[in-house]
Design a protein around this ligand. Sequence first.
Ligand code: C5P
Length: 218
Amino acid sequence: RFRGVVALDGPSGTGKSTVARRLAQRLHAQYLDTGAMYRAAAVAVLDAGVDPGDPVAVARQVEASRIEVSTDPRNLHTILDGRNVDRQIRDAATTTAVSPVSAVPAVRERLVAQQRSIISGGPTVAEGRDIGSVVWPHAELKVYLTAREDVRARRRAGELKLADVDQVAASLRRRDQLDSSRAASPLHRPDGAAEVDTSDLSIDEVVELLVGLALRAA
Ligand code: C5P
């Protein structure tokens, strides 16, 4: 039985969320989607009419908001100030606003503290961009998922049910670029992380691989 923490990082379109959720079920662990928390922060900013490009106003708005996520991989919900935002966190406006919002240090400090407190609650599979580097650097297993850019764009287009793969690729590239170049906790492969290229693997194959690594690690 797995007793540790799995830190799963990487850009979008690598299968990270599906893999993390399935892995949490297999390991009887909590599932923590930190991207959902940053997305909820972006919803709070947009709903309040705050400019996502104004870091001071963004920090103030997010500090005044209550963000909650469920950690049961079979029953995922994101709640903002008592309101369910499962749908809103995935819409296009939120996806555009999330990179500048998540680049604000005060936003990260607040959400990282909340993420650490959730992870302290028991065995967890946590996914994001900075889990193995910042949130939980002593995770028993750290994994960095990658995939070729064309594969990631095709997967994202499939998830979003969009036909224009080139447009999806452009928006993916823009978000990766922002996430990797920001000053606060940029996306990168953390020290000690196993890099897994998922381009030519099925979700099942990736999950099986990680179950094996996790059980050996803790
Ligand atoms: O994983 P997901 O695509 O839902 O993440 C949305 C955005 O939230 C990312 O593009 C990134 O800007 C931000 N994020 C982050 N740190 C995390 C998780 C997500 O900055 N740990």
